[in-house]
Design a protein around this ligand. Sequence first.
Ligand SMILES: Cc1cc2nc3c(=O)[nH]c(=O)nc-3n(C[C@H](O)[C@H](O)[C@H](O)COP(=O)(O)OP(=O)(O)OC[C@H]3O[C@@H](n4cnc5c(N)ncnc54)[C@H](O)[C@@H]3O)c2cc1C
Length: 266
Amino acid sequence: MTTLETYPTMEDAARAMGADATFLGGGTVVMRAVNEGVATPRLIRVTDPGLAQISTVGEILRLGASVTMADVLAHRDLAFLHPVARQIGGPQVRNMATVAGNLFAEHPYGDFATALLALGAHVTMTGQGGPRAIDDVLRDRNRAGLVSAVEIPRPRDVRSFGFRKVSRVKPKGVSVLCIAAYLPRESGRIRGARVAFGAMGPTPLRSSGVERALEGQMLDTATAEGAAAAATEGLSPATDQIATEWYRREVAGVHLKRLLTEMERG
Ligand SMILES: Cc1cc2nc3c(=O)[nH]c(=O)nc-3n(C[C@H](O)[C@H](O)[C@H](O)COP(=O)(O)OP(=O)(O)OC[C@H]3O[C@@H](n4cnc5c(N)ncnc54)[C@H](O)[C@@H]3O)c2cc1C
């Protein structure tokens, strides 16, 4: 039997959590598991409407944990993230799927988290002081705690952000892999490259080899080829029903090069 507990705030929910409890966001993953009979003694949810808010503080875009993919798509300031949110499930999933839930959804999910990783987002964990770098939260996500918000530094130039998702079923298949790249430029040269891959490891991962190949370079064909050659450095793709590890490794560089070429053309 599963019981559902409802709390007014994230702090109350955090106090109520325990080894037998699962936090319920939009429920697209959790409720499917419950319906399939996965033992979940306690489900915990929060009704605080503040968690569904999107706000801007200076150059920081703040998304509450319960903001859905549909909310992202309806917000003009988040237009650079629309190509990401639009490719997550179908309309019903997007109406329920939350930003925080995407950080914890297991392989091959996590397309939005991959974009947030490339953008250098910070994550506010309930009761843990200031925001933490998303890299740290993803690395240790089984012990992370409850997320109350995600903060995204607004890209200086929205054309410096690109996203590409590869799936077998269009338009709403899950990822064979996805790639998010944030490539800010100074005097035409890439400074502070962040490139993340989804479905190429247990969580979204940055590719240090690609970032090294891009840093300080002009974004042109030679640079894209150099980055593609380093595409899988540091990644650990799995074999599953969607693709083999071999296939994922084979195509990662090809799709990275295509993404970089699209970004070069603007
Ligand atoms: C048909 C279908 C298609 C899908 N397609 C895609 C896709 O294309 N791309 C993709 O990335 N995902 C996809 N998903 C997975 C899922 O819908 C998304 O990843 C979604 O963002 C998960 O959010 P949720 O709020 O529904 O999470 P839930 O199901 O509520 O929770 C998922 C996990 O996150 C944890 N969690 C939720 N909120 C918090 C919080 N505030 N703090 C801490 N932990 C939390 C839960 O405890 C649970 O472990 C799909 C799912 C389905 C059913």
